[in-house]
Design a protein around this ligand. Structure first.
Ligand code: ZN
Ligand code: ZN
Length: 263
């Protein structure tokens, strides 16, 4: 059994209720993206077996990567506040970043070691392939349309009740149906309500109805909507749950920070 922890459920910027995108699957050793919600990973780190954390990056936009610069506090020895652990780099855990080569390079040379952050990037970089294995997990990827591109992941792992797909920052209509067919859990961005479809098309994001259509076609038993527009808090209330009856649709979960979902 595995649990998906929602550490950040907003896109673009945090608001009073949501940090930007970060999800944790400690039983699998994975973190999905590293927005501002990444600071909350510290409380889950002891559940990562072997001291290794594999971060799957959808892309390099800062609402998905800025949290990587919090690593000194996230992976510091909680038992000895103010000191660093005795592992290489002074961290309690080893972090490996997985993503498209250009996104990894943007993190390595753009986010770290220059004008934006004083220290060099401490993470091992692993460019993704169409399919790769990590421990017991088999991970499939697909490149999707977004400014600068994005990568979606489909994870198979014995601890999961069924495959989990993580698809964010893209147009749901552009997601190859075969990539998500038969998943048990679809975790998908839902940045815009239907009335903002023009904005969704211009910025290469998704609307509620588009994600629900993909969800239906995938056959997913559960769809977790993440990456909510921080200015439209009613996306998790009136605009989303009432007119579209999200709240009454079985298997549709509007993610909120702090949620723990069995997957
Ligand atoms: Zn984003
Ligand atoms: Zn983006």
């Amino acid at each position: 059994m595995a649990t998906l922890h929602v550490l950040g459920s907003a896109g673009y910027h945090p608001n009073e209720w949501r940090h930007t995108t970060c999800l944790a699957l400690p039983e699998l050793g994975f973190v999905l993206d590293a927005g501002t919600g990444f600071f909350r990973l510290r409380d889950l780190l002891r559940r990562y077996a072997g001291g290794v954390v594999d971060v799957l990056l959808s892309h390099a936009h800062v609402d998905h990567t800025i949290g990587l610069t919090y690593y000194l506090d996230v992976a510091r020895d909680a038992a000895r506040p103010g000191t660093l652990a005795d592992t290489p780099g002074g961290l309690t855990h080893r972090f490996r970043l997985h993503g498209a080569p250009r996104h990894l390079e943007a993190v390595r040379s753009g986010l770290f070691g220059g004008p934006l952050f004083p220290l060099p990037c401490p993470f091992e970089m692993r460019p993704v392939e169409a399919e790769f294995t990590l421990g017991l997990a088999t991970v499939r990827t697909v490149a999707l349309p977004h400014p600068g591109g994005s990568t979606a992941y489909r994870i198979s792992h014995p601890a999961l009740a069924g495959d989990l797909a993580y698809v964010t920052d893209t147009r749901a209509p552009a997601v190859p149906r075969g990539f998500v067919a038969g998943v048990r859990t679809l975790v998908h961005e839902c940045n815009f309500t239907d009335d903002l479809r023009e904005l969704a098309e211009a910025s290469l994001h998704s609307t509620v109805s588009e994600v629900l259509a993909l969800s239906w076609e995938s056959g997913a038993a559960r769809t977790v909507l993440v990456h909510h527009n921080p200015l439209v808090e009613q996306i998790a209330g009136r605009a989303l749950e009432d007119p579209l009856r999200i709240g009454t649709r079985p298997g549709i979960v509007v993610a909120r920070d702090g949620m723990a979902i069995e997957v």
